[in-house]
Design a protein around this ligand. Structure first.
Ligand code: MN
Length: 475
């Protein structure tokens, strides 16, 4: 008999624990997510659909504990009262039967089950979680290697504190009356963790020096946006031990590519890699231009596909960051993919910046730069910014500049591109009103300029890089 395949329901990130009678809380286990099909044939599937039963032979004992059920849980290896992900990783990499058997004896895995998806051929996903929990308790016995996840109702804050005191990662909050939403990352499950983490794709690395000369300096990390386009999140250069440095360096050899997935700041030797490896990093905050600040490498995540590493991980976190305590409760109770209610994040979005550089290059000009998608869209304006609505000035589109360039002032040395003095002529925030292929309208609010400005592309120009800049009418 072939069984129906279930995709695991996923949790969104939330920043704070809360107390609420409509929710229950469980420990967030640090391991491999796996769905067990306790039927004929038995199967234990990773979230990517990989068969795990031969890698964790000791977990087959689940077949003696229940029958004809499909359950969802996490495979962990406990060491000193905590899950040890490094050892689990080693378990996951074992190939030979002998090695697998030895490790299964020495560092046995535990399967912590927190949900039941099917019983006697009947799908249970449309039952409220609290009902599923009852059925789970009545359907499966526990053993030394297979346990049911404990949970506590309502008192999430207390439980979260306890989890941290025990050195655990955090808790998962689950809405008691929620369905099992297969394959979806919904607001009905929230992970509340001690550290902010992000699963990133390793897109490349920089050359190392001194003790890291033989391996690498930093990893270039990214995630995918909603269109599947890679987005650069910055670098991570710490958190590696010698073993992981060597392991990664070895893996990189077969993954090199000449194709750069995104533009990267100059002055560094970068080796690009095919997007195949996923790693988890912890970080403190996101910078204005959505780069990870104070990132630290945590672990490779071979249980996750690169395509699963999306920008949503951050957007969620970013909007959560900025909400007040009260709003975080409001947000945690709603699924904004389903409700038309506002998500409370709109107003708190960070303002976009603009800067105008006065650039004493071979020919004096002004560079207008508008923040867009994390970079500064740029135009060189030879005659400067028009001060009345009657004047139109030519603006020549130039290459995107990094966000950090917004603070740049200084002298570009002789012989370098754009040699000469660069000063900030004006700086401030702007609101985009129109942003189309051939027309951009913005309201500037800066130290010097204030009001509407319009850019119109001159379609007749050969390169399509010529625009007209004019001062718009102010309402
Ligand atoms: Mn310039």
């Amino acid at each position: 008999m072939t069984h129906r395949v279930y995709k695991p329901m996923l949790a969104k990130a939330a920043s704070t624990a809360f107390t609420d009678k409509d929710w229950l809380f469980e420990i967030k286990w640090d391991g491999f997510r796996a769905i067990a099909y306790v039927e004929d044939p038995f199967s234990l599937k990773s979230r990517r659909g990989k068969e795990l039963k031969s890698v964790f032979p000791e977990l087959a004992e689940i077949n003696n504990l229940g029958r004809n059920v499909v359950v969802d849980g996490e495979i962990i290896v406990m060491q000193n009262g905590k899950p040890d992900f490094q050892i689990l990783l080693k378990r996951g990499q074992a190939v030979s039967t002998g090695q697998i058997q030895r490790l299964a004896k020495r560092v046995p895995a535990t399967y912590v089950i927190f949900d039941i998806l099917e019983k006697d051929g009947q799908s249970l996903t449309k039952l409220p979680l609290i009902e599923r929990k009852k059925i789970l308790g009545n359907s499966l016995k526990e053993s030394s290697n297979v346990i049911l996840s404990d949970f506590i109702e309502e008192r999430g804050e207390v439980y979260y504190q306890l989890a941290l005191e025990k050195g655990l990662e955090g808790v998962v909050a689950k809405r008691k009356n929620s369905f099992y939403e297969e394959g979806l990352r919904t607001g009905s499950w929230l992970k509340i963790k001690r550290f902010r983490t992000c699963d990133c794709v390793i897109f490349g690395y920089t050359r190392g020096s001194e003790s890291r000369e033989a391996t690498f300096g930093a990893l270039l990390l990214g995630v995918y946006d909603r269109q599947g386009k890679p987005v650069y999140l910055g670098k991570v250069g710490s958190g590696f031990n010698q073993q992981i440095l060597m392991l990664l360096r070895g893996k990189f050899e077969k993954m090199k590519t000449a194709a750069a997935p995104f533009e990267h700041g100059v002055g560094e030797v970068v080796t690009w890699l095919k997007p195949k490896l996923v790693c988890e990093v912890i970080y403190q905050t996101l910078t204005h231009d959505t780069k990870l600040r104070l990132a630290r490498f945590q672990r490779l995540r071979e249980d996750k596909a690169p395509s699963e590493c999306t920008v949503d991980q951050l957007i969620e976190e970013k909007s959560m960051n900025m909400q007040t305590e009260k709003l975080s409760e409001y947000v945690s109770k709603r699924n904004f993919e389903k409700t038309p209610e506002p998500n409370g994040g709109e107003k708190t979005k960070e303002a976009l910046i603009y800067v105008i550089h006065e650039h004493h290059a071979r020919r004096l000009h002004w560079d207008l730069r508008l923040e867009k998608d994390g970079v500064l869209k740029s135009w060189a304006v030879p005659k400067g910014i028009p001060e009345t609505t009657k004047i139109r000035h030519l603006a020549i589109e130039t290459e995107d500049h990094p966000y950090e360039y917004g603070n740049f002032e200084g002298t570009i040395p002789e012989g370098q591109y754009g040699a000469g003095l660069v000063k900030i002529w004006d700086k401030g925030h702007y609101t985009p009103k129109v942003w189309e292929q051939d027309k951009i309208e913005v309201k500037l609010d800066g130290a010097r300029l204030n009001g509407n400005y319009v850019l119109i592309r001159l379609k007749k120009s050969e390169t399509q890089k010529n625009w007209l800049l004019l001062k718009g009418k102010d309402a």
